[in-house]
Ligand binder design. Structure first.
Ligand code: PAF
Length: 279
């Protein structure tokens, strides 16, 4: 496994590969868990080589504390990646990526950016678009792999690829969960013991909401979920929405030809957790 911190070095390595070598790319912000490793294995099964990037992208954080406290575990990440089929790791600094202008470009994602996460994390998706496009430019992958925990992010990246005609296929991979149902996330290691023990409540509520959606309309299910969280001693609900998978617009009336998903964001103290379920 080769590790490069400089754009020029990773590009030279990629350019030296035999022509026709297919590249699978897994962009990450580090603090890797089994979910990330499963993306690496899937990428290796479908490509000749796998490139993983580890970069905590400052422009996608709307909250300075969240950026400061985002877990950084580079040594552990590299040793985990060594145990997989990863070929190349790219670990740039913010200066390497942004020079001295740490700013996002402004994107038009046809309104996807204004739903859910977009309502609560100002500028987040401009930051994601900026870094993902930049990494695609550097790595030039054939396929890029993303986890469905950040489902809205995947739809936004697909939109960017379509609008900017980028030559990369986006592969969405199912959410990896702990045995008790909690969606794997780099942020989970920041939970207190008590918060961690109670955190499966989030997925349990999503599963119950899915069952409720069989007989109730979306508004009633939203009310039901809000009520479940109302008096929770550890978790504050930021939003729960049932939305169309493609437009991400909230459901008004159910239509059997459409695919829906329920999306949730919850605060455990200062730690923000998100999850979603296909309905
Ligand atoms: O999902 C993430 O970890 C990040 O948003 C990504 C795609 C690596 C961009 O920084």
């Amino acid at each position: 496994m080769l590790v490069f911190a400089k754009i020029i070095s990773v590009q030279q390595k990629i350019e030296s590969l035999k022509s026709g070598t297919s590249i699978g790319f897994v962009p990450t912000m580090g603090a890797l868990h089994e979910g990330h490793l499963s993306l690496v294995e899937k990428a290796k099964n479908e490509n000749d080589i796998v490139v993983v990037s580890i970069f905590v992208n400052p422009t996608q954080f709307d909250n300075a504390d969240d950026l400061k406290n985002y877990p950084k575990t580079i040594d552990k990440d590299l040793s985990l990646l060594k145990s997989t089929n990863c070929d190349i790791v790219f670990t740039p600094t913010p200066e390497e990526i942004y020079a001295n202008n740490i700013q996002s470009q402004s994107f038009d994602f046809d309104g996807l950016e204004f739903q859910m996460e977009g309502k609560f994390r100002e500028g987040h998706f401009n930051g994601v678009g900026t870094i993902v496009e930049r990494l695609f430019e550097i790595v030039k992958p054939n396929k890029a792999y993303f986890g469905e925990k950040d489902f809205q992010q995947i739809q936004i990246i697909r939109k960017m690829v379509e609008k900017r005609n980028l030559p990369v296929k986006i592969i969405a991979c199912p959410i990896h969960r702990e045995k008790d149902g909690l969606a794997m996330s780099s942020r989970n290691i920041r939970l207190t013991k008590e918060q961690r023990v109670s955190a499966p409540f989030i997925y349990k509520t999503l599963k119950q909401a899915k069952a409720e959606f069989g007989t109730k309309n979306a508004l009633e299910v939203v009310k039901w979920v809000e009520n479940e969280f109302k008096n929770h001693p550890l978790f504050n609900l930021e939003y729960f929405e049932i939305a169309d998978e493609y437009t991400l617009l909230p459901v008004e009336t159910k239509n059997s030809t459409k695919k829906y998903r329920a999306f949730i964001a919850v605060f455990a103290g200062k730690i923000r957790l998100i999850d979603n379920i296909s309905l």
